[in-house]
Ligand binder design. Structure first.
Ligand SMILES: *[C@@H]1O[C@H](CO)[C@@H](O)[C@H](O)[C@H]1NC(C)=O
Ligand SMILES: *[C@@H]1O[C@H](CO)[C@@H](O)[C@H](O)[C@H]1NC(C)=O
Length: 352
């Protein structure tokens, strides 16, 4: 078998992995408890911890959204959570899992985002990623995707790998986006310690079809469950006066040799497949907003052909709204497990 064929099969297996029952933790890293790394940020009454402290639900209702923040600042590392999104009618609702230092650096903050945009009934959530560095807010590096699974049916791992040389966004251990630092990016590559955040809020004015569909509180509370918290970065000690790079030398060396920080042929092929099938918008092709192409965009003509000059894909990827057709025993077993999950505490929250 040729190397390409092997890689293609490996990629198919990886992409098929989306549909397998998610392994308990991302990259076999041991997760921490909620209180072991996070603290409420706002809407504390709408933050509900599970008895074992390993899962937390954040709610949006007519009174408030809610959110939490990491207790420490981190400089590089792997940051991950399993997230299950609210189902049913969720237009106007936004759930975000992101890193930022906007509270410290108002004018020149850094940020790395996973943002989930709710939708009307029968239409699936969309997800977007974004990268800002040193206050590059006028140069949004958004990409949007459809998900190849129903993100409201069960939890999936969403992970951000951030090192001094690259950023990788992962979903269930599959890389969906890689940003390699180039000199031309300058300060646009995040370079200062950041906190982790998770939030749910009312973004009626823009989240769904540009604000056409608002949050409908008849469907409240909107509940998103977070678990499998991984904060495997260099946790900065505010007492130490050493610069972050000094404090983090050992952690950086450990990250550098980890599999989550390493790209290989299989992962690149899987990433390409995901992007080919599920990316619905890219800032790299948005010539209307950005006439000058970003230095970090590697524009391939073959890929460019799939997009209008608004950055939107000409053929919008099809969303998985309901469960896929099951055709193997493993799928039927998984289906049964989903039914079990549906009936337990994990997904049933009172609607009043
Ligand atoms: C980041 O922004 C600050 C303030 O605008 C500026 O002084 C600094 O040179 C920038 N750093 C980089 C690496 O571009
Ligand atoms: C990160 O990379 C920049 C630019 O490549 C370099 O100047 C800096 O020393 C590096 N910092 C660390 C902590 O490795």
């Amino acid at each position: 078998m040729t190397a390409t064929a092997t890689a293609t099969i490996a990629a198919a297996v990886l992409v098929a992995g989306f549909f397998a029952v998610a392994s308990p933790t991302a990259f076999n890293v041991t997760p921490i408890s909620f209180d072991g790394g996070y603290t409420p940020l706002f809407g504390e009454r709408n933050i509900v911890r599970s008895p074992d402290g390993r899962t937390v639900k954040i709610l949006l209702n007519q009174h408030s959204g809610s959110g939490f923040i990491s207790s420490a600042l981190y400089y590089h590392g792997l940051f991950s959570a399993s997230i299950k999104l609210p189902s049913d009618y969720t237009a106007g609702v936004v759930v975000a899992f992101y890193m930022s230092n906007g509270d410290i650096f108002e004018k020149n903050h850094d940020e790395l985002d996973f943002e989930f945009l709710g939708n009307i009934k029968g239409k699936q959530w969309r997800i977007q990623t974004n990268v800002y560095g040193n206050g590059s807010t006028s140069r949004g590096r958004e990409e949007r995707y459809q998900l190849p699974f129903d993100p409201t049916a069960e939890a999936h791992h969403y992970s951000i790998l951030w090192t001094n040389s690259s950023i990788i966004f992962y979903i269930d251990e599959i890389p969906i986006r890689e940003v390699v630092r180039t000199e031309a990016m300058g300060g646009d590559f995040p370079s200062k310690p950041m906190s982790l955040y998770a939030t749910i809020w009312d973004a009626s004015n823009w989240a769904t079809s540009g604000g056409k569909y608002k949050v409908n509180y008849k469907y409240a509370p909107f509940v998103s469950a977070f678990s499998n918290f991984i904060l495997k970065g260099c946790r900065l000690d505010p007492i130490q006066q050493l610069p972050a790079a000094e404090q983090c030398r050992l952690a950086a060396a450990e990250t550098a040799i980890s599999d989550y920080a390493t790209m290989n042929v299989e992962k690149r092929v899987a990433m390409q497949r995901f992007r080919q099938h599920y990316m619905s918008y890219s800032f790299c092709y948005d010539e209307l907003r950005y006439p000058k192409v970003f230095p970090d965009c590697k524009v391939a003509e073959s890929e460019k052909d799939r997009f209008w000059n608004s950055g939107d894909a000409k053929i919008q990827p099809r969303a998985v709204v309901r469960r896929r057709r099951w055709n193997s025993r493993r799928d039927r077993v998984r289906s049964a497990r989903i039914d079990v999950m549906k009936n337990n505490e994990y997904s049933s929250v009172n609607r009043n």
